[in-house]
Design a protein around this ligand. Structure first.
Ligand SMILES: [Zn+2]
Length: 92
């Protein structure tokens, strides 16, 4: 499973997007596919899909597709916070 090249971001995004049916890995709600799927830039900022490390990079998690999932920007942020303290309910 060695990867000499980082996979193209767009291809990886699509792979994860399709695997998750466009749903957030953390809260299960659908994510907007593009800025134009939402009414306002501020909504996009909170709800846009972001790459989330299943095993956090801080804990030695790699930057590989197997360790990445897509989550709302705000869910990703919230998870980062909760992991600093206690373990949440986000093991899937
Ligand atoms: Zn979410």
């Amino acid at each position: 499973m060695s990867q000499p090249f980082e996979p193209p971001k767009t291809g990886l995004f699509e792979t994860l997007w399709n695997a998750q049916s466009g749903q957030c890995a953390l809260c299960g709600e659908p994510m907007p596919a593009s800025r134009f799927a939402v009414a306002h830039a501020s909504v996009w900022k909170k709800q846009r899909p972001t790459f989330d490390h299943i095993i956090p990079r801080a804990a030695g998690g790699p930057d590989t597709p197997a360790n990445l999932q897509l989550a709302h920007a705000h869910c990703n942020k919230r998870k980062g916070k909760s992991q600093a303290g206690s373990v949440g309910r986000d093991r899937t």
